[in-house]
Design a protein around this ligand. Structure first.
Ligand code: BDR
Ligand code: CA
Length: 311
């Protein structure tokens, strides 16, 4: 199985991504989970990662606490979407697991140095702060990383936190810029993909039919999470962002895109955090990111539901 580290700011959709990874041990060897401030402050995201482990009977997983704030800018959070705790919507177990003593950034550095070159895939579901800090502290790790798959950005679809920027990139654009400039092969799952993945009533009903505690909790989380889009945009369900990263590792054929140049806007207050995607290759700049644009939505939900049923 492919060795992965999941870097996350749970988040109901982050929880769905973690569950998809837990349910896929034949394909994925999860070396550790690192947490970052994003949807909610770090104390919540670190707690939430452990709650998701416990809910799924995965108490033997290792959770490492990472960065408390972005590299340069002040932290921006998204309680308006995820609720005060980040996992609002369901009654949850108290975590009994402890966080690991090592800092998340050091865990990332040590793991990439220890494992064979080209064997570790980084999966990022939140702001890229931990990876940005790891690259700053240990630039030698970049050529050793197999691949980084991130949920973040948006191009033709626009932004979800400002008209120009997607939340994960907006919160720490400096870290995102360090990642796309690092030479690591990057695959990006932007809003253009995730907005095709709506948690419709019919799809949520299929998750409910599974009948287990993790599935029932996921239904409550999704019903909480999707209210934001339903109230604001009148949609049937909300977009499921973060599991795209794990689904891509399991079934890359569900996604299609283009290898092109991506740069991150750092200067303009109006467009800071924008992922400037050179889809039409007009800039002459070197392609550095595999940018996904389309997804087989039914295939994606079939995979998700089939795996959730294994937990
Ligand atoms: C991203 O931001 C968070 O709200 C979600 O968890 C996802 O990672 C979507 O823009
Ligand atoms: Ca997230």
């Amino acid at each position: 199985p492919r060795k992965i580290i999941i870097d996350t700011d749970p988040g109901q959709d982050d929880a769905a991504a973690l569950m998809l990874a837990f349910a896929s041990p034949d394909e994925l060897n999860l070396l550790g989970i690192t947490t970052v401030a994003g949807n909610v402050p770090l104390s919540y995201t670190s707690r939430n990662a452990r709650i998701v482990c416990e809910l799924c009977g995965q108490q033997d997983r290792a959770v490492y606490e990472g960065a408390e704030r972005p590299m340069v800018r002040p932290l921006v959070t998204a309680e308006h979407v995820h609720g005060k705790t980040g996992l609002d919507g369901a009654v949850l177990p108290e975590p009994t697991m402890k966080v690991q003593p090592q800092h998340g950034v050091d865990f990332i550095i040590d793991t990439i140095r220890r494992e064979p070159e080209g064997s570790v895939t980084l999966c990022t579901l939140g702001p890229l702060t931990n990876i940005g800090l790891a690259l700053q502290k240990a630039p030698d790790i970049a050529p050793r990383v197999k691949e980084l798959v991130m949920m973040g950005g948006g191009f033709f679809e626009g932004g979800n936190i400002t008209p120009a920027a997607e939340f994960n990139i907006y919160v720490d654009p400096h870290a995102a810029a360090a990642v796309v400039g690092s030479g690591i092969p990057v695959t990006m799952m932007p809003l253009d993909v995730t907005h095709q993945l709506m948690t419709t009533k019919a799809r949520v009903a299929r998750i409910a039919e599974i009948g287990t505690r993790p599935a029932a909790t996921m239904v409550e989380w999704l019903q909480f999470f999707e209210r934001f889009d339903e109230e604001k945009y009148g949609s049937d369900g909300g977009p499921l962002h973060d599991p795209t990263v794990i689904a891509y590792l399991l079934k890359p054929e569900l996604f299609s895109g283009r290898h092109c140049n991506v740069e991150i806007e750092l200067q303009s207050e109006l467009t800071v955090g924008m992922t400037v995607v050179d889809w039409w290759r007009v800039s002459g700049r070197k392609p550095n990111v595999q940018v996904m644009r389309n997804v087989d939505a039914d295939g994606f939900f079939d995979l998700l539901i089939e795996r959730f049923a294994r937990l």
